[in-house]
Ligand binder design. Structure first.
Ligand code: NDP
Length: 278
């Protein structure tokens, strides 16, 4: 019988996932004996595949596109941050056999922004582009940093409007469509759209980034994304992609499962140097 603790990431597509590599580096660094694999799982097969994984003694799962909402529905109980996000990226089997859903995306972004770079966002004006699942996961953790305000711009304005109503109790939020961004400026612009995945850029007016402001694309790639290039062209202080967030959210999931928080800086540096060599 296989007694090694088993973990996996489910998603579709999944073949380019860096998560198995990140978790094996964490396991090596912290001396943990565990296995972590990537498995292609469709939305239709989600419930049965997750049930089988945990029935066969699997310890924990990460869920990525397009499964985070299904994982949120699947969990028997939720952490507060997963409840707020209405999306789950980390499932854990508890001692009583029940499944706990968590969301480590928001803390992953916040840790990358505030610890690795480090940006002080108190009193700052933040613009989030996009009102999908990733946006939903980062709003509450960003509001906890006490920015002056967060504006959410989305192509489908009704989704941004609904989102600000949902999080209104937590801080100062506004919604807008892209056309109304003209004349405004922000200290931090976060691209939480999936436009980068197809090499596209949301329609952004000139002078949107304040002097010494920074840009952050949640998407990541071996080459700078269209949004990262846009940030450089605006003379951003930092124009970053989501590699740091990816490693930070993975570290928090590792902590949830193993009770040990790995050192992320050497892993981010290693993955960054590997992609630059490609
Ligand atoms: P969703 O599909 O839930 O949402 C996509 C959003 O992008 C929607 O707001 C959509 O607008 C908008 N959008 C898509 N294409 C365009 C376009 N061409 N122009 C303008 N807006 C567009 O995706 P997620 O929220 O789950 O993911 C968003 C991004 O975040 C992805 O790139 C994903 O890889 C990344 N991500 C990175 C993580 C990390 O650890 N680094 C973690 C989680 C996500 P509309 O509503 O109008 O359709």
């Amino acid at each position: 019988m296989n007694t090694i603790d088993r973990y996996a990431v489910f998603g579709q597509p999944i073949n380019h996932s860096k998560s198995p590599r990140i978790h094996s580096l964490f396991a090596e660094q912290t001396g943990q004996s565990m296995q972590y694999v990537a498995q292609e799982v469709s939305s239709a097969a989600f419930d049965t595949t997750v049930k089988r994984f945990f029935d066969e003694n699997g310890k924990g799962l990460n869920c990525t596109v397009p499964l985070k909402e299904l994982a949120w529905q699947y969990a028997d109980s939720l952490t507060e941050r997963a409840r707020q996000a209405k999306a789950v990226n980390t499932l854990s089997r508890q001692a009583d056999g029940s499944i706990l859903g968590d969301n480590t995306d928001g803390i992953g972004l916040v840790n990358d922004l505030t610890l690795n770079h480090p940006l002080n966002l108190a009193g700052k004006r933040i613009l989030i582009l996009g009102a999908g699942g990733a946006s939903r996961g980062i709003i509450a953790p960003l509001l906890a940093l006490l920015p002056d305000q967060i504006t959410i711009a989305n192509r489908t304005i009704s989704k941004a409007e609904a989102m600000i109503l949902e999080f209104a109790d937590l801080g100062c939020l506004q919604s807008t469509d892209y056309a109304k961004l003209t004349g405004q400026s922000f200290d931090l612009i976060i691209n939480a759209t999936s436009a980068s995945l197809s090499g596209e850029l949301p329609p952004l007016p000139p002078n949107l980034l304040a002097t010494a402001g920074s840009c952050y694309d949640l998407a990541y790639a071996n080459q700078p994304t269209a949004f990262v290039r846009w940030g450089h062209a605006q003379n951003a202080l930092h124009s970053l992609d989501g590699l740091g967030m990816l490693v930070e959210q993975a570290a928090q999931a590792f902590f949830v499962w193993r009770g040990i928080l790995p050192h992320t800086a050497p892993i981010i540096a290693l993955l960054d140097s590997e992609r630059k060599a490609n």
